[in-house]
Design a binder for this molecule. Structure first.
Ligand SMILES: C[S@@+](CC[C@H](N)C(=O)[O-])C[C@H]1O[C@@H](n2cnc3c(N)ncnc32)[C@H](O)[C@@H]1O
Length: 287
């Protein structure tokens, strides 16, 4: 079964280190340092935004009285906020993974216990949760070190009417949390990881991908169930491309009888300038 996902998001154009995005009726103009090429759309269209992150002043400029839309994907709803770090609460480059999660979970045809680390505002958490059914429910564990992100993800869960689904929410440093999960003997059938290059955990603990990824993957290996269904490892750090991510997954002893595929995470543009935004490796059990 392949159900496609419909979202109210469009990348209108990108180039000259910025991107122009439309969500609902609202146009956002934000920095995109990887967009080194020329823009396709005319300068006057690039001026027709309602919210712009000014990278020189390092702050948002918004139209007075502007009301932010929600991001909607099928039956799921996510609140948008203008964060000081230029983010708005969603990473549309994960679209291919949301679609894959939906398909992989429904094809598994059994209840799954799923872990989402570095889970931010919960888009993958909610896609994974919604892909379960009453006969084959999913149970999702959502971990992020930032209490504001976990609060936001819970709001998205309510907006999406999934508050009765089985989701465990944790504000914690990923390494500390997973170390405790190994001690408790918990295991997972599906794991989603989208680590940043650098992050700050609870109580000042720092995450650095170059130093901490091997530790994380060692814990993941111990947390995989006897019959895992999938693992997704994506990243936005140029030192961790498809080859490195594939190699991390291939080291996991507990991933047997399956295959790894790699992909570029890209935001499709309405005007032909697709925007590369990270890379990914994912493992799936053979059918
Ligand atoms: C790039 S965002 C992840 C985006 C998310 N996967 C999505 O698709 O929406 C990185 C997230 O990692 C979290 N984070 C950073 N360091 C962490 C740590 N040590 N433990 C847990 N979460 C951490 C941040 O709070 C942030 O929400």
């Amino acid at each position: 079964m392949k159900k496609s996902i419909k979202c109210n998001y469009k990348l209108l154009d990108c180039g000259e280190f910025e991107k122009l995005e439309q969500i609902g009726e609202t146009i956002f103009r934000r920095p995109a340092l990887q967009a080194t090429w020329k823009r396709k759309l005319a300068t006057d269209i690039w001026q027709q935004y309602q919210a712009k992150f000014d990278q020189y002043k390092n702050k948002w400029q918004v139209e007075p009285e502007m009301k932010l839309p929600n991001f909607k994907c099928n039956h799921l709803t996510f609140e948008l906020k203008l964060s000081p770090n230029r983010q708005i609460g969603i990473f549309p480059e994960q679209f291919a993974n949301w679609q894959w999660l939906q398909k992989t979970i429904s094809q598994a045809n059994r209840p799954l216990n799923i872990l989402n680390g570095f889970a931010y505002t919960g888009t993958s958490t909610l896609f994974a949760s919604a892909a379960g059914t009453s006969t084959n429910p999913t149970s999702v564990t959502h971990i992020d070190a930032a209490s504001s992100s976990v609060k936001w993800a819970k709001q998205n869960c309510q907006l999406s009417h999934l508050e009765n689904n089985h989701i465990r929410w944790y504000i914690d440093d990923i390494i500390n949390f997973l170390t405790r999960e190994v001690k408790r003997g918990n295991t997972y059938d599906g794991i989603i990881l989208d680590p940043p290059a650098f992050g700050r955990g609870k109580k000042g603990v720092t995450w650095k991908i170059s130093k901490d990824l091997p530790k994380l993957m060692h814990l993941i290996d111990q947390l995989l169930s006897e019959d895992p269904e999938f693992v997704i490892l994506s990243c936005h750090d140029k030192n961790f491309g498809k080859r490195e991510l594939r190699s991390e997954l291939s080291k996991l002893q507990n991933l047997k009888n399956g295959k790894i595929e790699t992909l570029n995470l890209t935001i499709k543009s309405a005007n032909g300038n697709d925007l590369p935004a990270g890379e990914c490796a994912r493992w799936q059990k053979h059918k």
